[in-house]
Design a protein around this ligand. Sequence first.
Ligand SMILES: [Zn+2]
Length: 276
Amino acid sequence: MIRISRRQGCFLIIGLIFLVILSSSVMRTTAVVAGRDSNRAANSSLADVPILNYHKVDNFYHALSVSPQEFEEQMAYLAKNGFTTITPDQLMAYLNHDRELPEKPIIITFDDGYLDNYTNAYPVMKKYGFTATIFLVTNLVGHDERFMTWEQVQTMQQDGFVFGSHTVSHIPLNKLPREQAMAELIDSRKEIEYRLGTKTRYFAYPTGAYNSQVEEMVKQAGYKAAFTIRYGQAGAESNPYALERIPIFRGQHTFRSFFVRLNAAPILERFGLIRN
Ligand SMILES: [Zn+2]
């Protein structure tokens, strides 16, 4: 993951605006040369989708906490700029060329399932007509007062929020023996399916840690896709078991950092600077 400081980010945006104009004309030429029938041309017709990644929305001064005011400001920006939240199902269908997406699609995700997602983020998102995908640590739901209860999860589900797994106990899967890692993946999926009465097909890696063996286990455990904390957007070139996201942190200038991280990703990707 590339970390961008705020100062670098500001220069980046200004400088890259020129590059993006240049690259659009290069992309158009390339598409004509490649021809319509090739896979590459078909894939290049798919737009990349930003997936924001939050953890907490509260007033603690911690990098993973965005304040309710900052969160409101960010959601207002998305609404004002015409973004529409979509679900991971919509994203996967789009990447399989099965369905179209609305203009300016975005996925908003939260990891861990903190209580403030329900008390602080949910009302703001509802106000703007947004939904999110929340990855739950099933041992913590209803068992720890810092995290949501199943009733709260069910209420959000009724409003179109999607719930995925973030394992049973939040241990990075690359640190576990295979059998235990498989249990973390399967038991959490089954618990969420039992509680919510719906299939759970999406997973987020605890601490972002994964490798090819872990990816294979996620697939075997019945998931359709998995989300990392690697900076970037999800697109046709993405590995569905290692989808890029845009982590949002609190800082001295949280909104500016949010703006730069959201808007720099497509430019950096276009130049092959952040996707492997
Ligand atoms: Zn986590």
